[in-house]
Design a protein around this ligand. Structure first.
Ligand code: SAM
Length: 222
């Protein structure tokens, strides 16, 4: 019997490639993860459309193009220790595990945390998870080689910068309520002299994310 979802995943990968995603490992991972596992029953038929879809608690699973763009920028190397802030459905975390990284993921909403934890576990994805405000990072496991923030932030949280390893990278959408610029932060340690790190920032195009809510993000009443 023809596996329609497999065909749809293949079409999605081809579409993402045409739209500029060229990292083979990222495309391969998107071709493997069953996005339908991470979306609500009523939206499963749209799982391979390149669109964001609603989750519970007014949140969303990001558009596949956005996930691919961020994952490509993150430039994961095998055995990198990666922190994701904003587990949401767990789809992005599942992809990251296929790139050979060790994944830590934080979600502030208990209902989403519980659901993502169950789906990831039932499908054999090994992700260490926590239900908390991810703008504070996860000091116990820091430093992280890579940090990915999957909600829109008014600023780059200082705690996350502090938890980046030397030569570490962070991808984070930063901006206002209606649009955020994708930012790549690279931590560079000077070769000599004082050991104060430099953070180099590169800016990419605009996206639209749900808000990052927490100590170093938006406050609930914003
Ligand atoms: N990466 C997710 C996926 O693959 O489904 C999509 C994430 S959704 C666009 C953003 C998520 O960030 C939401 O689930 C939201 O509850 C969560 N979030 C917002 N602020 C947060 C915070 N301070 N700490 C952890 N999670 C947060």
């Amino acid at each position: 019997m023809i596996d329609m979802n497999m065909l749809r995943r293949k079409e999605l990968v081809e579409k993402l490639y045409k739209e500029g995603i060229k990292n083979f490992e990222v495309l391969k991972a998107i071709g493997k993860v069953k996005r339908e596992l991470f979306v609500k029953e009523e939206f499963k038929k749209y799982a391979y459309d390149d669109i964001a879809l609603p989750l519970n608690s007014n949140q969303t699973i990001s558009q596949p193009y956005t996930v691919a763009f961020m994952t490509e920028l993150l430039d994961i190397q095998k055995e990198n220790k990666v922190l994701e802030v904003g587990t949401g459905s767990g789809y992005q975390a599942a992809l990251l595990t296929l790139l050979g990284a060790e994944i830590y993921s934080i979600e502030r909403i208990k209902e989403l945390y519980d659901n993502a934890k169950r789906v990831l576990m039932e499908n054999g994805y090994n992700v260490k998870m926590k239900n908390d405000d991810g703008t504070k990072g996860w000091a116990e496991y820091a430093p992280f080689d890579r940090i990915i923030v999957t909600a829109g932030s008014p600023r780059i949280p200082k705690q996350l910068l502090l938890q980046l390893s030397d030569e570490g990278k962070m991808v984070i959408p930063v901006g206002g309520e209606f649009s955020q610029e994708m930012i790549l932060v690279k931590k560079d340690m000077p070769e000599s002299g004082d050991d104060v790190p430099k953070f180099k920032i590169k800016r990419y195009k605009d996206f639209k994310f749900v808000p990052l809510i927490g100590e170093e993000g938006w406050s609930i009443q914003d």
